[in-house]
Structure formats: C-alpha cells, structure tokens
Design a protein around this ligand. Structure first.
Ligand code: XIL
Length: 329
C-alpha cells in the first residue's frame, strides 16, 4: 500500500493521533503512512502534571522518541484546556477556589516546564484548546476564565512564546467551521493579533460526519481564518458514519452506502485542502485505523464507528483509494 503522507508530501504533513499501545502494535504502519503524530491523551495537563509540581514525562517521551526515530514531526496537544485538567489546578485542599495570581502561576509553570522539556521535539503546540462557546455567549465559562479573567488567553500565548520562541503556537477548536462559532473564533484571534499576542495558527479540529459540514462551510472558514495571515491545520480529522442526531443503529459492519459517502467526503475535503495548501500546513487524523477510535465511546457509548481511511484490518478503504488518486492530479 502506497504511503498516504508521501502522496501529499508537496501539500501538507499528514498526521495521526496515536497512543503508546498503537505505537507498540502498529508502529511500522504508522511510520509508513503518517509524517506527524499527536499524542491522543499523553501530553494533556492531567497526564503531564497529575499533582502540583510532579511532572511525568516518561510516557510522552517514549512517543517523542518514536517520532524522532522515524523522522516524524510531533504536534503538542494541549497546554490549556477545560478538560483533562486535574482538580488541584482550580481547587484548594479545603475546597476553596484558587485565586487569580495562583492560577496564573500554575498556568505559567505548566506551560514553561512542558514546553522547555519538549523543546525541539515538539514543533507546534495547541496552546489553547476549545475556549469559545458553541451556543450563545463568547468565551467558554471555564475555570480558567472564571479564575483568571479574559486575559488568561493572552497570558497563555505569551508564556508559551517565552518558553519556546521557535515552536508554532496554535489555537485549536471544534465546530470551527460553523458560522456562529467561526466568527467568534475569528474575533478572538484577531484581538490577539491586534494586541500583539504571539499566535501562529488556528487548528480546525475536524470532528465531522458524512452529512456535515458542507464543502462551502469549510471553504468559507478556511478563507476567513487565512485572512488573518496565520497558518491553518486540520488537527483532529475523523468522518463519523453517523449523523449528529442518530443513536446506535446496531451496525455490525459499516454499511456500503455510508462508506461510499464517506469516501466522497474525504475526497471533496482533501481537494479543498489541496487548493489551500499555501495556508494549510498539516492534516492530522484523530486516530489511525477503524479498529480504534474515540468515536466508539463518544457521543454514544459503545456505538462502533468507522471514521478513517484505513479499515479495522489496516487495509485501504475506498476513501484511501480516492485520496491517493486525488494526490496524483
Ligand atoms: C479525546 C480522546 O480522543 C479520548 O481518548 C479522551 O477520552 C477524551 O479526549 N477534542 C480534543 C481532543 O481536543 O483532545 C479530544 O480527545 C477529542 C475532542
């Protein structure tokens, strides 16, 4: 099977999120098909600093070693997020909320220690993840926002630049192509740029499905974000076989018709990504192959999903064939 990343080498880095288990069992496949990896969970706050001041880098270091050994790029995910962040960050032992100064100090220490540790190994960091509201409202009322105030965002990016002046600093979010949220993300990032806060790019997560979003929505979002003069990456691509509204339909195997639709979607979106290759520097799948995906547990627990271009046996799906053909045009 031809290498997917080599097929798109002239366009952007093709990446995948991986786990230590996947590296162990599918390392050769991953190294052959992808140019970049992201740790699915192992570089999140709770993994790297479960207790105050107690940094645990061992597992993530092994992932970095794998990337280095195979000449792959490593994306860092993620420094500041409202999820997978330990309780101690926001709450004191007596249950009281941590105050602004202490929370800022915690954020600074975490960013500084982590980015310093992974300097040169990680070329690009999701400094801030999912800080914008989906519905009404602007900034997500996270404990970071409540504890520090709106400037927590500026601070996060400034601390990041101080810690590693070379790493690319990204803002990363889902639903980033839906018009309402897109405009809010655009405004937030525009504000950062106007205030001189260091930011290099926007990550469009890309947790999509075979009916959503439309080609047009993705195109408009790419253009709007690109107008800020930043780089873009698709950071967490998976195309669910289920529409947002559907529950568990009990499929034992993926229905042909849905796989065809999925393949068409992959083809259309990659065509678009290629058309914007000057601004899109990476396209990372949120997983490797259909044997394992977080979508088997989310948003419906134990509903099997098949969101990738490689099947459960690590064989090419129709989507893969279409992408390889497209890469040759
Ligand atoms: C998910 C992982 O895939 C799961 O294993 C974990 O249980 C929860 O987090 N947006 C992100 C990712 O930025 O970090 C999330 O990853 C998926 C949604």
């Amino acid at each position: 099977m031809e290498s997917l990343y080599k097929a798109f080498e002239k366009d952007f880095y093709i990446g995948a999120s991986v786990t230590p288990e996947l590296i162990q069992t599918q390392g050769d496949f991953i190294a052959k098909q992808f140019k970049s990896i992201t740790a699915e969970n192992q570089m999140k706050f709770e993994a790297l600093q479960p207790k105050r001041g107690q940094f645990e880098f061992e597992v993530a270091d092994q992932m970095v070693d794998f990337a280095r050994t195979h000449g792959m790029k490593m994306r860092g995910h993620t420094l500041v997020w409202h999820q997978q962040t330990p309780k101690w960050v926001f709450t004191k032992a007596n249950g009281a909320c941590v105050g602004r100064e202490e929370l800022l100090e915690t954020m600074k220490t975490h960013i500084t220690q982590v980015m310093t540790h992974f300097k040169q190994a990680v070329y690009c960091w999701d400094v801030l993840n999912e800080a914008i509201c989906d519905g009404p409202g602007y900034l997500r009322p996270s404990q970071w926002l409540k504890g520090i105030g709106e400037d927590y965002i500026d601070k996060a990016f400034c601390y990041a630049r101080e810690a590693d002046e070379k790493a690319l600093l990204f803002y990363n979010d889902y639903n980033a192509v839906t018009p309402e949220k897109r405009d809010k993300i655009y405004q937030m990032v525009k504000g950062l740029i106007e205030r001189g806060v260091p930011i290099d790019g926007i990550g469009i997560q890309g947790h999509w499905n075979i009916n959503w979003p439309s080609y047009e929505q993705v195109k408009v979002a790419i253009e709007q974000y690109a107008s800020l003069g930043l780089k873009l990456q698709i950071t967490e691509l998976d195309l669910s076989l289920y529409d947002g509204e559907e529950g568990d339909l009990g499929f034992k195997v993926p229905p042909e018709e849905r796989l065809e639709k999925q393949a068409q979607c992959y083809e259309r979106f990659f065509k678009l990504f290629k058309a914007y290759k000057e601004v899109i520097t990476g396209v990372t799948f949120w997983g490797v192959a259909d044997d394992y995906t977080w979508l088997d547990y989310f948003p419906v627990r134990y509903r099997k999903n098949w969101p990738f271009v490689f099947d459960q046996q690590y064989q090419a799906k129709l989507a893969y064939e279409k992408l390889i053909n497209l890469s040759k045009n």
